[in-house]
Design a protein around this ligand. Structure first.
Ligand code: ZN
Length: 242
């Protein structure tokens, strides 16, 4: 069994299509939130995601802001501009879909949250200390999160209560032993200075996790961002992988 794990699509339909095309044979898709915000294609991304097999999709902080469930004051100026723009173009059916999304998901082995297990909409798990505080907030062996847009792995050493942080390189296979918090990186706005779309393939039977990166055509996305009147910075950062 292979599960495609994606997060932070951020209304980048070209990147989403590239990731889907490269993973036609997966058995299920887990999407960890932030379908919208920053990018120019919120309706297209929301409609495409619903066509994927055995989909679990969570609510992210940008999604929450668009549906009015999170205060816009929490966002920087450019991010809030794109949230207002998204609200102005979203169809009522797609707005209803975002409103239907849960904040967390759980199976026997995996806890899913957009941001962190203890604060599913907002907290950034960037450092070992924050990760350590979160290990006591979920009961399963593994937690999967997005939000930082970085393909990170945090491993808990239960004997010493220490957490090891690693940025996972493309195609490195992580064996899922012990307790971990894993992030697939971002499909639509990677922030590790690698502009390729980031996602993970999870094999829950063999307990492996592999980060993959895929190139997509960035220029048309940048053109749509500018044509929509969205902040130029959101176009520029796609080419920089930041
Ligand atoms: Zn995000």
């Amino acid at each position: 069994m292979r599960i495609l794990v994606i997060s932070d699509v951020h209304a980048n339909f070209t990147a989403l299509e590239a990731v889907i095309a490269a993973n036609a044979m997966v058995d299920a898709v887990w999407c960890l939130g932030d379908l919208v915000g920053y990018g120019p294609d919120p309706n297209e991304c929301i409609e495409r995601i619903q066509s994927l097999p055995n989909l679990t999709c969570l609510l992210g902080n940008h999604d929450a802001a668009v549906i009015g469930a999170l205060d816009l004051e929490k966002f920087n100026h450019d991010a809030s501009l794109s949230i207002h723009w998204t609200q102005s173009v979203l169809t009522s059916a797609n707005l209803a879909y975002l409103k239907s999304l849960p904040e967390k998901g759980t199976s026997s082995v995996f806890t899913l949250a957009h941001a962190s297990p203890r604060s599913p909409i907002w907290e950034y798990v960037l450092d070992p200390y924050t990760a350590l505080l979160n290990f006591s907030s979920f009961q399963t062996q593994i937690a999967l999160v997005g939000h930082t847009h970085l393909p990170l792995s945090f491993s808990l050493d239960e004997a010493s209560n220490q957490v090891k942080r690693e940025l996972i390189k493309a195609d490195d296979q992580v064996k899922l032993t012990g307790r971990k918090i894993l992030n697939p990186g971002s499909v639509g706005q990677p922030r590790d200075h690698n502009p390729k779309a980031s996602f993970a393939i999870l094999d829950p039977e063999n307990m492996t996790w592999r980060i993959r990166r895929i190139e997509y055509d960035i220029a048309p996305v940048q053109n749509r961002i500018l044509a929509a009147g969205l902040p130029e910075k959101h176009a520029q950062r796609l080419a920089d992988g930041w």
